[in-house]
Design a protein around this ligand. Structure first.
Ligand code: ADP
Length: 493
């Protein structure tokens, strides 16, 4: 299909999905929201921080290269290392003490919503989805303030033993401390003198201090869990993310097994008697291989219907599932990597017993769908095209305030490099007799019994921001599918 034809299909798909969005009764979104405190650091400020810690202390810390931030000296040392090398870095801290110190000694320029679940909740609320029921286990006042102030965005709260849905600003726990990640940006050319060394920052980049206080739990109170079934009628599906926060062991003797068990129970509770309930998990990078494997095998497999991920995450997932060679070939970036991606997506679909695997890359999206999925290939393709228009809107504007903004993304042209990559995959599939060239463009039903839907995506040349584009893609496609799903309430049959 020519690019001009794809552009026409984009217009049709966006117009269809826009009309249908009102069919969605609601979505439950959990778990990870945090506040991103943004600070663009200046020369005089770094000088001040160095003076507070002292040159001698810093010299030692820089050499020791802290992998975790335990005190302000670790922080300043990692900041200086990042600035000296011009490299991006993300370092965890397990207390909130550093936040207090940064507030006293640096102060942020601006704060915004961070975390997959928080970003997705705000996006869906802005798109006008009827009931966006967000859930953050650590809903502090400062966190609540970063949710959009819209009546369709609600958070469950237990009052007098009963579950109510209220806007997060009326549902927060006044005793809860916020989870605040600091993002310290620095500019090329800044001059720093520290511990007898003098250097100029070689590149614009940033240090992220990711806050992992001990009280972070992917969990829910027993009362809320008990009454979760009350919200079932308000939702058609759930988007779940943040399982990467699960730790192997906790101070109180509990382990990841306890939290995996609870995470599965929440999914079961949401589904209740309705096995049609769509459950999407948004995957992310998880360093700890045990947690990564457990998430896939014990939470996603059998319990979840849909999985969203980027290309690196496909490789990471394949790796812990025992497909090391395929994982390697996905990230090798050779001309066959798109074929490996497709094969990897099929592996994930089968191995994890999913109904849908959606992977996004810069230039195209690939979706493999189990043959018993209730929607046809055309509906899946429209969902992907809508998602791509949303991603282009997000990249152009930095945030999406209403469904009308999607016209901005629609105006972004289809990325020709992505279109060319797809031709490689088409050749492979046609050569292997898996589908014909026509099928490839229309969404093909393969001999193996799954549908394959591939679209070239729209890519913005100079994006104003790249944070949250992947989240917008996955949430956009999922909501479009919910809008198209036939509405049968199995529980009432
Ligand atoms: P994040 O979690 O930060 O959103 P991901 O890696 O999950 O990052 O997703 C990034 C995705 O965003 C890419 O797969 C690509 O499809 C899309 N994307 C990145 N840059 C652009 C851009 N300039 N225009 C449109 N889409 C983009």
């Amino acid at each position: 299909m020519e690019i001009a034809e794809w552009e026409k299909r984009y217009v049709e798909a966006v117009s269809n999905v826009r009309e249908q969005l009102g069919n969605v009764q609601g979505v439950f979104v959990a778990y990870n929201s945090n506040v991103d405190a943004m600070k663009h650091i200046r020369e005089n400020e770094i000088k001040k921080l160095i003076a507070i810690i002292g040159q001698e202390e810093l010299r030692e810390r820089i050499v020791s290269y802290p992998r975790e931030i335990k005190d302000p000296a670790d922080f300043v040392a990692r900041l200086i290392i990042a600035m000296r090398d011009g490299k991006a870095a993300e370092v965890p801290t397990y207390t909130t003490d550093l936040h207090e110190w940064l507030m006293d000694n640096l102060v942020f320029d601006s704060a915004r919503m961070g975390g997959q679940a928080g970003i997705i909740s705000n996006l869906l609320a802005n798109l006008g989805v009827k009931n966006v029921i967000t859930y953050v286990p650590w809903l502090a006042k400062e966190q609540a303030e970063h949710f959009v102030d819209s009546p369709n965005l609600k958070h469950p709260v237990i009052e007098n033993g009963k579950l109510y849905l209220k806007h997060p600003k009326d549902a927060y726990d006044p005793f809860q401390k916020p989870k605040i990640n600091w993002i310290i940006e620095f500019s090329r050319g800044m001059k720093v003198r520290c511990a007898g060394e003098e250097f100029e920052v070689p590149r614009d980049n940033r240090l992220i201090v990711s806050s992992r206080p001990k009280w972070i739990r992917i969990d829910m109170s027993p009362e809320m869990y008990e009454q979760l079934s009350d919200i079932r009628e308000d939702i058609d599906g759930a988007i779940l993310a943040g399982y990467q926060m699960i730790r192997e062991e906790y101070e109180d003797g509990t382990t990841y097994r306890d939290y995996v068990q609870r995470a599965v129970s929440v999914i079961e509770r949401l589904k209740g008697c309705n096995p049609q309930m769509r459950i999407h998990v948004e995957f992310t990078s998880i360093q700890n291989k045990l947690i990564r494997r457990t998430l896939l095998k014990d939470i996603v497999k059998k319990h979840v219907t849909s999985l969203g991920l980027d290309t690196v995450e496909v490789a990471n997932a394949l790796n812990v599932l025992g497909y090391e060679e395929l994982a390697y070939s996905v990230i090798k970036k050779g001309e066959n990597s798109i074929v490996s991606l497709y094969e990897g997506a099929v592996r994930l679909l089968k191995e994890l017993e999913l109904q849908r695997v959606h992977l996004h890359s810069l230039g195209y999206y690939i979706c493999v769908v189990a043959k018993d999925h209730p929607l046809d290939a055309d509906s899946h393709r429209q969902a992907l095209l809508f998602a791509s228009a949303l991603a282009a809107t997000q990249a152009t504007l930095g945030s999406i305030q209403s469904i009308d903004d999607v016209d901005v993304g629609l105006d972004v042209p289809v990325y020709t490099d992505g279109y060319d990559d797809l031709i490689e995959l088409e050749k492979y599939l046609v050569r292997g007799g898996i589908c014909t060239a026509e099928d490839f463009e229309d969404g093909c039903i393969t001999a193996d019994g799954h549908d394959l839907i591939i679209v070239p995506s729209k890519v913005v040349n100079e994006p104003v921001a790249t944070v949250g584009i992947g989240d917008a893609i996955s949430a956009g496609a999922f909501i479009a599918l919910l809008a198209k799903m036939p509405k049968i309430n199995i529980c009432n049959l």
